[in-house]
Design a binder for this molecule. Structure first.
Ligand SMILES: C[S@@+](CC[C@H](N)C(=O)[O-])C[C@H]1O[C@@H](n2cnc3c(N)ncnc32)[C@H](O)[C@@H]1O
Ligand code: SF4
Length: 416
């Protein structure tokens, strides 16, 4: 009941949250660059994959070598524009798509970043299929600290249902073994509540992950965008969100009760390892590349999703931002609360430092509701998410991502 209620509220506010406009005024970005300098992380989107998975809701295109090379050139120009505005990045997150689709371009791009910025850490996503002993060595030499491998499942029949037919579960196991111990953190992405998936298959996936002794797992509930929901419903059975909590309970039993630490409501690590959500670590982040989103001083900035649109704006020496949305003060408090709760705790002193006000005054009704519902507890200025609160908090984040997916679908369909 509580997760349903929380989800419904976030869904409703998510719709207004993401009511974007096309009026782009970049003067405040320049101001933020001068004021914030290095206190911003950089997300780099590489929207290419060698094959496209039918369930995927991210902005991705089928690999074409020429297009990828041109795209990396544009990325450099976009980073240069932010550097010229005064931004200094130290923390980098490569997401996709598949950032490793063209290793020489990736390598050249990281070298380019190293010449411009002092790199503190690099997080990077890849597929098991792309991992070879050579790429693992290259990524290590390039200074990648955290490698995230999109396994989804080790079960061959489920992989087939997902449309990931070219790779077997056993191959993923070998690839994880190959990467393990070579990076500060090796993360494994697994999906749950996929149509046709059974709880037995899911338990088996978790057992394999634990037996492998990998550092970290991130569990994604299937998040169909409205467009993909139709395709999925037709292709498989109905996507049943009611089963989701049952799967999440298995995660809590196996990971949280099994001694893993929750870095986020979806990410479980052995010990104090890096976390994977750049939106949790930093108050502000810049996203570069087609379809990336930035959050800067209360503004959401959305880049062009279309490869042509992205290229055209860069060629005109303009930031490729096509939609913006300024959050009201209350929306900013709520967004802060959402991201910190997803990261399992909120420091009330940090809230005060960021907003110059007390969270107990600003969000008293929300805090009262969450405390009464047993979602959070507070001690010594730290509001932490309870075990009972983890599923509702994950639901809040899923609704937020779903709202972003709706925007993404809208922009992709409109060629924006
Ligand atoms: C953007 S992908 C990049 C990883 C890599 N391309 C791969 O698939 O192996 C990051 C993760 O998002 C998750 N993901 C993709 N589509 C999803 C969807 N529709 N719902 C929930 N999670 C999804 C998958 O677990 C995937 O590993
Ligand atoms: S799940 Fe990964 S490999 Fe599949 S289409 Fe999405 S980004 Fe590409």
């Amino acid at each position: 009941m509580i997760p349903w209620f929380v989800g419904a509220v976030v869904r409703r506010s998510g719709k207004s949250f993401l009511r974007f406009t096309g009026d782009i005024d970049t003067t405040h970005i320049a101001l933020a660059g001068r004021q914030r300098g290095g206190d911003v992380s950089l997300y780099i989107h590489i929207p290419f994959c060698k094959t496209l998975c039918p369930f995927c809701c991210f902005n991705r295109y089928l690999f074409k070598e020429d297009q990828v090379r041109a795209y990396f050139r544009d990325l450099r120009r976009e980073v240069d524009m932010y550097a010229a505005l005064g931004f200094k990045f130290n923390d980098f997150y490569f997401g996709g798509g598949t950032p490793t689709v063209l290793m020489d371009e990736l390598s050249g791009f990281i070298d380019f970043l190293r010449l411009k910025f002092e790199i503190r850490r690099i997080s990077l996503e890849t597929t098991p299929r792309e991992l070879t002993p050579e790429t693992v060595d290259q990524l290590k030499q390039l200074g990648v600290n955290r490698l995230s491998i999109g396994v989804q499942s080790f079960d061959d029949s489920l992989l087939k249902a997902m449309g990931r037919t070219l790779f077997k579960g056993e191959d993923s196991i070998q690839k994880i073994k190959l990467a393990q111990g070579k990076f500060d953190t090796v993360n494994v992405d697994l999906m749950f509540n996929f149509p046709t998936q059974t709880t037995e298959q899911f338990r088996s996936d978790i057992k394999i992950f634990k037996d492998l002794g990998a550092d970290q797992a991130t569990f994604y509930p299937l998040m169909p965008s409205p467009h993909k929901l139709d395709a999925l419903t037709k292709k498989f059975r109905r996507v049943d969100t009611k089963r989701e909590q049952q799967y999440y309970e298995i995660i809590l039993q196996e990971l949280l009760d099994g001694g893993y630490k929750a870095s986020t409501a979806w990410c479980f690590s052995r010990g104090d390892l890096m976390i994977d959500e750049y939106i949790i670590d930093y108050d502000d982040y810049i996203g570069v590349g087609a379809g990336s989103v930035s959050f800067l001083r209360g503004d959401f900035l959305v880049n062009s999703f279309s490869l042509d649109g992205y290229h055209k704006l860069i060629a005109e020496d303009r930031l490729p931002i096509v939609r913006t949305r300024h959050l009201s003060a209350t929306e900013q408090y709520r967004y802060y609360m959402l991201t910190r709760f997803f990261g399992m705790s909120l420091n009330t002193l940090q809230f005060r430092q960021r907003f110059d006000s007390d969270i107990h005054d600003r969000l008293w009704a929300e805090l009262l509701f969450f405390k009464t519902a047993g979602v959070i507890q507070e001690k010594n200025g730290i509001i932490s998410v309870t075990r009972r609160g983890m599923y509702p908090v994950g639901t809040m984040m899923k609704e937020f991502f779903t709202a972003l997916n709706t925007l993404r679908e809208y922009c992709i369909e409109g060629g924006i």
